[in-house]
Design a protein around this ligand. Structure first.
Ligand SMILES: [Fe+2]
Length: 302
């Protein structure tokens, strides 16, 4: 059996004003809030995952607290822990999780200081199924890397991702699911967050989401367009406290027969930034907020 995580289950963020952020993600972004516990706000998508976004009060600057990957079962968690504990800069032992959704897993810090976690056996919802105009799940997290070689090695050799495509700027990583990618790494000077992408069920839902964002005073920072690698539709925004978020949809579905390509293949003709040729270049603000959020220092324990 191949050793790998199943994709991104959830992200946890720290905001100066969690109430305002939770209201945005429920009313404008169209997630659904479930009961808060100990002041932490939890929001789910239409998929089965117990929650895909957790929001807590920031002690200092707003930050990305954690990215949590899903695993099939305890045996996989234990196998992954064996490799992670040898390669991570900090790692806790697998344990029962005392937080909404529960489960079994462990948190750790990767070689560039990102707080990551692997969990299984979460009390997920039984009513998962697409609803028009509502996000299903986290499609991908895109992080920045100042040491692409060591981060790639960790993702592939320790967490089991397959490096699936590479452009000049980005490396795409495929997990144990049919999505072209679940994790993306951008070449950069600092190991910060680039953005978090939420998956809409179809193109129409992406476009309705874009319209709703504009209605509420959130301009498009880049898009709408259709990417090359992954073939997904994209629109990027600065969410509350300028957290960098993407609405995406129609991501390419693949299996083991997919043939990865490199930067020579994934190249646009002059003046073009997406397949349709409709998007303008990203705004200066998008460029800035792609490097605005760091991981919460030291917060690796679940
Ligand atoms: Fe993206």
């Amino acid at each position: 059996m191949h050793l790998t995580v199943r994709g991104v289950r959830s992200v946890e963020i720290e905001m100066s004003d969690p109430d305002r952020a939770a209201e945005f993600y429920a009313k404008v972004w169209h997630l659904k809030e479930i009961d808060p516990v100990d002041g932490v706000r939890y929001l789910r998508g239409t998929g089965a995952y117990h929650h895909i976004l957790a929001i807590r009060k920031a002690n200092g600057a707003p930050s990305l607290r954690r990215v949590t990957f899903d695993a099939t079962d305890r045996a996989m968690v234990v196998r992954l822990h064996r490799g992670v504990s040898a390669a991570a800069t900090a790692c806790e032992a697998p344990h029962e999780i005392d937080a909404p959704g529960g489960g079994y897993g462990f948190g750790f810090t990767d070689p560039e200081g990102r707080n990551l976690a692997v969990i299984c056996e979460v009390a997920d919802h039984r009513d998962g199924g697409d609803i028009a105009d509502r996000p299903r799940k986290i499609a991908h997290v895109n992080v920045n890397s100042a040491d692409l070689a060591s981060t790639t090695r960790f993702l592939v050799e320790v967490l089991g991702f397959r490096l699936i495509d590479e452009t000049v700027a980005l490396s795409f990583f495929h997990a144990d699911n049919t999505d072209h990618n679940s994790f993306i790494v951008a070449r950069h000077s600092r190991p910060t967050l680039n953005h978090v992408a939420f998956e809409m069920p179809d193109l129409d839902s992406v476009m309705r989401g874009v319209g709703r964002m504009r209605d509420h005073g959130f301009p498009i920072e880049w898009g709408v367009g259709r990417h090359g690698a992954g073939n997904n539709v994209f629109a990027y925004f600065a969410g509350p406290e300028e957290f960098p978020i993407e609405l995406t949809g129609e991501l390419l579905q693949i299996d083991h027969t997919y043939v990865p390509r490199g930067p020579d293949y994934w190249r646009w003709p002059p003046g073009r930034l997406d397949q349709w040729g409709v998007t303008d270049p990203h705004t200066p603000r998008w460029k800035r907020i792609q490097d605005l959020y760091g991981f919460t220092p030291g917060a690796f324990r679940l």
